[in-house]
Design a protein around this ligand. Structure first.
Ligand code: ZN
Length: 273
């Protein structure tokens, strides 16, 4: 069985102590390929070095919307343009819009242990638009797919995907209606599903995973965040990807091999590998 983790933050510090062991266990579990999406420019070099050191690790470079306060926009965008030709990332990501209002709380879904967030009150819409649109324009010019992070901003994102005519990509940690999923699919996107589908209480999400065409699904862990139910409260890891494939195979009443084969092919197609 060959699995593809389309979204895994293996570069971040949570894996510094045992990254090699995690990789060995992930390989043993059949996870032969991973895309490592960028979060901010400071970590791009580490991410690229990691991807060079191992077969099957593919870098994506981008400025994550949740960390808009940390990005030095003009400088980071210039570096991104330079790195496109020098370092050959497979995608621009993760990028998008995050208008989830954290009003005094911690940003649990997706933020995990990482610092920062949209901040209290102001969600930084205009700066998020600027950073997102600049990266969409770069992706379009380079004919590269994008890895999307979207919260409370699907209409705003879809509108811009149409405007900038990007080649497609993945909508990471998708959790919306079938109609919304179809709007992404129509624009050449695959929908990323991870640990959330392993929770029985995720009834809507599981229903969605059952109904979507198999060609539109990619698997992801989003490690170290979004752990599947068997590892709730622990660090997530790419080695748990088979648990997600297993749940999807049960939901759709097909073999786990079929899920693995299809989702791996989908990921390879969307990342042009
Ligand atoms: Zn992510």
């Amino acid at each position: 069985m060959e699995l593809f983790d389309s979204h895994c933050h293996l570069d971040i510090a949570d894996f510094d102590l045992d990254r090699d062991e995690v990789l060995v266990r992930a390989r043993d579990a059949g996870v032969s390929s991973m895309v490592i999406p960028g979060i901010d420019a400071i970590r791009w070099d580490t991410l690229l070095t990691l991807c060079q050191s191992e077969e099957g690790l593919y870098p994506a470079l981008g400025l994550h919307p949740m960390f808009y306060k940390k990005h030095t926009v003009d400088e980071d965008i210039r570096q991104l343009e330079r790195y496109l030709s020098e370092k050959s990332p497979v995608a621009i990501g993760e990028i998008g819009l995050d208008f989830y209002d954290v009003q005094g709380g911690t940003n649990a879904a997706g933020a995990g242990r990482r610092r920062s967030g949209p901040g209290r009150g102001a969600k930084g819409e205009s700066i998020q638009y600027e950073i997102f649109e600049k990266q969409l324009s770069i992706a379009r010019d380079a004919a590269l797919p994008v890895i999307l992070h979207v919260r409370k901003a699907h209409d705003e994102v879809l509108q811009r995907l149409k405007k900038y005519k990007v080649v497609g990509g993945t909508a990471h940690a998708f959790n919306g209606s079938v109609e919304l999923a179809q709007r992404y699919i129509d624009l050449g996107f695959k929908l990323g599903f991870g640990g959330m589908v392993t929770y029985e209480k995720s009834t809507k999400l599981r229903e969605l995973v059952k109904m979507l065409p198999l060609e539109s699904i990619v698997l992801e862990t989003d490690a170290p965040d979004m752990s599947p139910t068997a590892h709730h409260g622990e660090r997530n890891s790419p080695e748990y990807l088979p648990e997600i494939a297993q749940v999807i195979s049960e939901m759709r009443d097909i073999s786990v091999d079929e899920v693995a084969r299809a989702t791996t092919n989908n990921a390879k197609a969307v990342f042009q590998l």
